[in-house]
Design a protein around this ligand. Structure first.
Ligand SMILES: [Zn+2]
Length: 345
């Protein structure tokens, strides 16, 4: 099995390697989120003291009272930001980004041994409450044997196999057909890394009556923390790294995601990277409806600016990025977040 870490030692993405980093944290604190469907521990990490947002109501009721401050009064308080890695187990790019971010916050150097002042200076200036779930879908991450999709084919034996898995007859499930059966466990031959051990795709749980313990625990954590911005770190085949627009959220939230995208693009241009910035559409998408997914659910718990960040996965396929570019593009995202890049200037 190909191993990206052997060629690029900063490509740290396995649960064992993350656990070793977490065990050595001094500035950050490690907590237990929950057990996965497969009985595996899912840790999360925090930086900065948790602010008291003077909660008087849950988010829905606060909005009903026409002021989200009844849920979280953020004025003059520390900003809470949240990152969620590996909701899909084969999408290790964000886990690598998180491992290097933890190294930066702890030592001032990343796992290449380099300082990244655009991140550390912005972080120290903001001094946020930062909540990181490095590997949310622990079952899926453990099922995926390669430590990246870098150099893998898109189809046979590559992304589609490790990601979406196979049907009982051995044929590849593929995207988006893999979502047509859910939970997929009983229909799968090889259960892809998209899913927890119960065959649940955590992006597409029933958020009003959760099927997965991972969902219940994450929703509770998000409600307790009341983050202002939450980014789920995903891989998006060989697309140029991009923040997707969330569905079923207010227009001002979509505009904030767009503003954050432009903040990232400004940083990416310093590295000579071309950026992908999606426009905000106010059109009703019509039928078939977009899914009310994890990204949308997060917004409706706490009002956060929330987005799915899709990274290039370095597949053996057109528009392939090198591992270093994948990492540095995540750095641009982190630096933009710590600069509150979602705010209009
Ligand atoms: Zn994904």
């Amino acid at each position: 099995m190909k191993n990206t870490k052997s060629l690029y030692p900063y490509w740290i993405t396995t649960p064992e390697d993350l656990a070793a980093i977490e065990a050595g944290l001094v500035r950050g604190q490690v907590h237990h989120l929950c057990k996965s469907a497969g009985g595996r521990d899912i840790p999360y990490v925090t930086y900065g003291e948790k602010p008291d947002y003077n909660r008087k109501a849950n988010y829905s009721s606060a909005c009903g009272a026409k002021d989200p401050a009844h849920y979280a009064d953020r004025a003059g308080k520390r900003t809470t930001i949240m990152l969620i890695g590996a909701t899909h187990g084969q999408e290790t790019e964000g886990v690598c980004g998180i491992a290097n971010l933890l190294s930066l916050l702890e030592t001032g150097k990343d796992l290449r041994g380099e300082a990244v002042p655009m991140i550390t200076e912005a972080f120290d200036a903001l001094d946020p409450r930062l909540v990181i779930v490095p590997i949310y879908n622990m079952d899926g991450r453990c099922r995926c044997e390669p430590d990246s999709m870098i150099g893998e084919p898109h189809d046979d034996g590559g992304l589609r196999y490790w990601g979406q898995g196979t049907w009982k007859d051995g044929s590849l499930c593929g995207w988006p057909e893999c979502k047509a059966v859910h939970p997929i466990k009983d229909a799968a031959g090889f259960l892809g890394s998209y899913y927890n051990d119960d065959g649940i795709n955590l992006m597409h749980d029933n958020f009003f009556a959760p099927m997965a313990e991972e969902t219940r625990a994450l929703m509770k954590l998000i409600d307790e923390e009341a983050p202002e911005c939450v980014i789920g770190l995903h891989g998006g085949s060989n697309s140029t790294n991009v923040l997707l627009q969330p569905d079923y959220v207010p227009q001002y939230t979509k505009e904030a995601v767009h503003t954050l995208s432009e903040s990232i693009a400004a940083l990416e241009s310093n590295f000579g990277y071309k950026s992908a910035v999606l426009n905000v559409s106010d059109k009703n998408p019509g039928f078939p409806p977009p899914s009310f997914n994890l990204t949308t659910a997060i917004h409706h718990i706490c009002g956060a600016v929330t987005s799915t960040y899709e990274s290039n996965e370095g597949l053996d396929h057109p528009n392939r990025f090198e591992p270093e570019e994948i990492l540095v593009r995540h750095y641009c995202l982190f630096a933009a977040l710590f600069s509150r890049g979602w705010e209009m200037n």
